[in-house]
Design a protein around this ligand. Structure first.
Ligand code: BES
Ligand code: MN
Ligand code: MN
Length: 456
């Protein structure tokens, strides 16, 4: 392995230059005006997979953005690992808060700044380069490898779900490896064994059939924004618990051992409060911050659109308001069941004086892979070797929609080898990726292939 590791170290600069090219493509999946860029990005991914030495690479068209598939199956008798990631990125707004243009990768203090740097192009690229290192030094890999890199993760992975259903044989594997999450902290090798799920809604309330003068009509008719604000405020009680009946019914209680493991991570509430610019943290009573983030479900209003928002004052009662409301879910909550509970509760809460329309935008199941699963042990060992430190175990508050689909359809464990940091501004201005972690990630990926090859 030492030769591979040395080769990776020697080539760090080349890898960074190539990554820059990847980051220059504005593959924003959510914006129709970027559709061509997304397609161009799929071509970049396919070309790179060919270049590193895979024997078969294909771009699959879907009803939305393309899926890139690549494979090298030259290690008969050895296990097969399926590496998943996404080449699509989030929009860049508010653009004025970026210190350098989002699609002109810029290096500062050992970090590369660009949209998609940590989520997920930088992390996907680690696996391309570890495979390339093996091909260059040994002309083969210690395992069979398949890549599935999609362009719709940030919009819910709908077409990959269909693709997976129709191509389970093609994607057959012994484990799915994903780098699309975070380290516990800078320089700490981390195994993430659980993700939260998601249920996301748009809630529209309509009052009068047009905007009204608030003097001539104020007091006579319901104001939908007032009603929406009331409704949202009723969704939590004074202890920070979600009030939807049945919401917590399927939540798996934390085991004592897990609680203790969380405690051992010595999370600092103070440090987080300081970083976020708040005087104190807040959340569900009776739980620590890490428990709230990783093992408890939450509900948040993500945005409200409606009424007069221009400069100055306009005396108006708006006709309509829209709120985006989402919930993070934990094992064993089911997003479909939660959707029903949510809709029923909101319809009951909304007064007769407004019409309410609820649209389910998308959902994701929560997921968990046993810490002692051999594939997880291979990740933990690989990261320990790359970092030269003991790996810590954690869960994660974010969601990756396709994870549960993988484990259901492929009947293989899904393991997470995240090299990002939650402080790297994913989904916000000045997204970046620590280049030291990028290099350690390439090494971790290489060690994983070697560890995993001994499993069968
Ligand atoms: N990579 C993230 C998920 C993530 C974030 C994992 C932070 C670990 C730490 C992923 O690209 C993402 O943003 N997922 C979305 C879900 C999707 C349906 C929009 C999320 O979690 O909001
Ligand atoms: Mn991601
Ligand atoms: Mn994301």
């Amino acid at each position: 392995m030492q030769e591979i590791i040395n080769y990776i170290k020697e080539n760090k600069q080349n890898y960074i230059e190539e990554l820059k090219e990847f980051l220059r493509i504005p593959s924003i999946s959510n914006l129709s005006e970027n559709k061509k860029d997304v397609a161009r990005c799929a071509v970049f991914v396919a070309d790179n997979l060919r270049k590193i030495g895979l024997s078969r690479v294909e771009i699959f068209k879907t009803e939305g953005h393309p899926i890139v598939y690549g494979e090298w199956l030259g290690a008969p008798g050895k296990p097969t690992v399926l590496i998943y990631g996404h080449y699509d990125v989030q929009p860049v707004d508010p653009i004025e808060l970026w210190n350098s243009p989002p699609f002109e990768p810029t290096i500062k203090n050992g970090k590369i700044f660009a949209r998609g740097a940590t989520d997920d192009k930088g992390q996907v690229f680690m696996h391309f380069k570890s495979a390339e290192a093996f091909f260059k030094k040994e002309e083969s890999l210690p395992v069979n490898i398949k890549f599935i890199i999609e362009g719709e993760e940030e919009i819910g992975s709908e077409n990959l779900t269909v693709f997976l259903k129709n191509n389970t044989d093609l994607l057959k594997c012994d484990a799915v490896l994903i780098s699309d999450s975070s380290l516990y902290d800078k320089g700490i090798p981390t195994l993430t064994y659980g993700l939260r799920g998601l249920a996301y809604f748009e809630v529209e309330m309509t009052g009068p059939n047009r905007d009204l003068h608030s003097g001539s009509f104020g007091g006579s008719v319901a104001n939908p924004i007032n009603k929406m604000a009331q409704l949202i405020s009723h969704l939590h009680d004074k202890n920070g618990k979600v009030t939807i009946p049945g919401f917590y019914d399927d939540v798996v209680k934390l085991k004592k051992k897990e609680r203790e493991n969380f405690k051992e991570l010595k999370f600092s509430d103070k440090k987080l409060a300081k970083d976020l610019g708040v005087l104190e943290l807040e959340g569900e009573k009776g739980f620590s911050t890490l428990e709230r983030l990783w093992a408890r479900p939450t509900l948040d209003c993500n945005g409200i659109i409606g009424g007069f928002t221009g400069k100055g004052a306009k005396t108006v009662i708006p006709s309509k308001v829209t709120a985006k409301i989402s919930m993070r879910l934990v094992p064993n909550q089911d997003p479909n069941k939660i959707a029903k509970l949510f809709e029923r509760h909101l319809k009951k809460l909304a007064p007769k004086s407004v019409k309410i329309k609820i649209t389910n935008l998308h959902g994701a199941f929560p997921s968990m892979t046993a810490v002692d699963n051999p594939a997880n042990i291979a990740v933990a060992t690989a990261m320990s070797k790359a970092f030269g430190k003991k790996t810590v175990f954690m869960r994660e508050g974010g969601s990756i929609p396709i994870v549960t689909e993988f484990s259901k359809k492929l009947k293989a464990p899904v393991v997470l080898m995240g090299l990002g940091l939650n402080s790297e501004n994913l989904h916000s201005p000045n997204e970046h990726f620590d280049l030291n972690h990028f290099e350690l990630g390439i090494m971790s990926s290489a060690y994983f292939m070697s560890e995993f090859s001994n499993l069968k």
